[in-house]
Write a protein of this length. Structure first.
Length: 541
């Protein structure tokens, strides 16, 4: 392939403050380089060289060198290399995840250069439901740190001096917990205050470490009413401690890649959670940015190992993965079918875990007009021409209430009339956030099929059949079990043939399906939704 190289224009590289930091004065001095390539087009290659310098520390200050990077992406890479240049007495340890890289060293005048490189790294073709890029691409991790205790001591020395439990912090903790009747109540009200009332800044544009690792004082954060990962975490730890609650900061990675335990490095983490040893008799991880999740549920980081840091110790602690029943969508239908096939109905959805997060993300901040439009569209999803009659939802901004959504509707011709026969198909939930977010539609896979997390999707309902019709076929019971989960459905015709009751559930207990296992997984889904397992056939009496 012929490759052309575009010359850098005079204003192609600029230092800018990220847009979402504009209203956060204490971070306004943070700059990012923005690089423009106006000549990019098919067949054009770009070459980027970036060199960063670290100032030599003042003795006896500790000197740390650490980092990680990926060597494959969604664009092809002709050549990529990373070099780390350090004094010869600095020992660099490194490892690879997923695949190896070419490694070499060069020494001159007491300086050693470590170089890792790869040539002709192919692009990753996105095929949906893939593992996270960090779990697929060759990943380099390097550090000169000896052990996690050394890292924890360094970090806690920067974090805990900014934890405050007196003055404004003590007053706020007392105000928040004055009606609390238990430790669990205190944990909930204090955490929700920080999650909802302290504006999160730079969750993505200001990743942990970009502005350093030392937070501002907790009383400064509460006065500003905004913060990044460091500042929201130090405030939450301060308020909880002021309320008498045991808690600690924990470094985590939101995508939960495997932790290279023999290579201590802060660059293996990109977020800070607060760990509470006991909430409702179980460990609790509080993500201070989780403003779209029912309290007690951590949307990210499950299954990953993080560094828990105490003032006098540390621990590598696994963030517990939630079981399927903690990520549940339960939908109930009440449908009344008319002789012409039109349907009047009511739907009720109870949601937890990941489904709760999806519902809040979709509807929590919707205006009344936007909500009206959403439910009109959902009614139309059940059948073309469907109309919303009414809807209700819990206050999705209240993170102490589980998400619940209800809708009544009318839809023409859900029952398809063909002469003396009518065909009814059991409808899916019309809300995207309530449906199974797993779609094994491809015939073949190159990469593993991955969804997150394990989940349970339940449907039940009563279908009142139209007068003048009798049921001549009702879908048969289904029971499919394999190593990935269970698919079940039961249909019952009432003794007077006036109604059909049904219930179905899909429980997925293995959220990583290898490419070799994919066909078996897909077959279970296809067999479950085949028309004979979802259909009711009616005949005029």
């Amino acid at each position: 392939m012929m490759a052309a190289y575009c010359r850098r224009e005079a204003k192609a590289i600029n230092d800018l403050t990220p847009g979402d930091l504009a209203n956060a004065a204490i971070y306004s001095n943070i700059m990012q380089k923005v690089i423009s390539f106006p000549g990019m087009a098919p067949g054009v290659c770009m070459e980027l060289k970036l060199r960063t310098y670290s100032k030599a520390p003042e003795k006896p200050e500790e000197y740390f060198v650490w980092g990680n990077d990926l060597f494959q992406g969604y664009d092809p890479i002709a050549h990529k290399e990373i070099s780390v240049i350090v004094p010869q007495d600095v020992t660099i340890k490194y490892t690879y995840q997923n695949e190896g890289l070419d490694y070499s060293t060069a020494t001159e005048n007491g300086i050693i250069m470590h170089t890792w490189q790869i040539d002709n790294s192919p692009q990753i073709i996105n095929e949906g439901f893939m593992p996270k890029l960090i779990k697929m691409a060759p990943r380099l991790i390097y550090t000169n740190m000896n052990d996690w205790g050394q890292l924890s001591k360094w970090f806690t020395g920067k974090f805990y001096p900014h934890v405050k439990t007196d003055g404004a912090i003590a007053a706020k903790a007392a105000e928040l917990t004055k009606r609390a009747t238990s430790a669990d109540d205190k944990i909930r009200v204090v955490s929700l205050y920080v999650i909802k009332e302290i504006r999160g800044v730079g969750q993505w544009s200001l990743p942990l470490g970009l502005a350093g690792y030392e937070p501002h004082d907790a009383d400064v954060v509460i006065a500003n009413k905004y913060g990044d990962w460091r500042d929201k975490t130090v405030l939450l730890v301060s308020l909880l401690k002021a309320a008498g609650i045991e808690c600690y900061p924990q470094l985590v990675h939101l995508d939960a890649p495997p932790l290279a335990q023999e290579y201590p490095s802060l660059k293996q983490f990109n977020a800070l959670f607060v760990y509470v040893p006991s909430y409702q008799s179980k460990p609790l991880w509080v993500d201070a940015f989780a403003d779209n999740a029912y309290f007690g549920y951590a949307p990210d980081g499950q299954g990953g190992t993080g560094l828990l840091m105490k003032p006098d110790g540390w621990e590598l602690l696994l963030i517990t993965e939630t079981p399927p029943e903690a990520n549940m969508s339960a939908t109930r239908f009440e449908l009344s079918v008319k002789p012409n096939g039109d349907v009047d109905g009511k739907i009720t959805c109870m949601l937890s875990g990941s489904f709760d997060v999806s519902a809040r993300s979709e509807l929590k901040d919707a205006t009344p007009k936007e909500a009206e439009q959403y439910f009109q569209q959902s009614a139309n999803t059940i059948g073309e021409g469907g109309k919303n009659v009414s809807y209700e939802k819990t206050d999705l901004a209240d993170l102490s209430l589980p998400a619940k959504v209800m809708q009544t509707f009318t839809t023409p011709e859900v029952g398809i009339v063909q002469g003396d026969m009518m065909i009814l198909t059991i409808p899916q939930a019309p809300f995207a956030f309530a449906r199974m977010p797993v779609s094994p539609s491809q015939t073949q896979r190159t990469y593993d099929f991955v969804f997150d997390p394990d989940m349970l999707v339940k449907r039940e309902g009563v279908i009142s059949l139209p007068k003048g019709y009798k049921a001549v076929y009702v879908a048969e019971p289904v029971n499919i079990q394999n190593q990935f989960g269970t698919w079940e459905a039961i249909y019952e015709l009432s003794p007077d043939s006036a109604a059909v009751k049904y219930s179905s559930s899909v429980t997925l207990t293995d959220n990583t399906i290898s490419a070799d296992e994919y066909q078996q997984f897909k077959k279970a889904f296809d067999d479950f939704i085949t028309p004979k397992n979802t259909m009711i056939l009616l005949e005029k009496r």
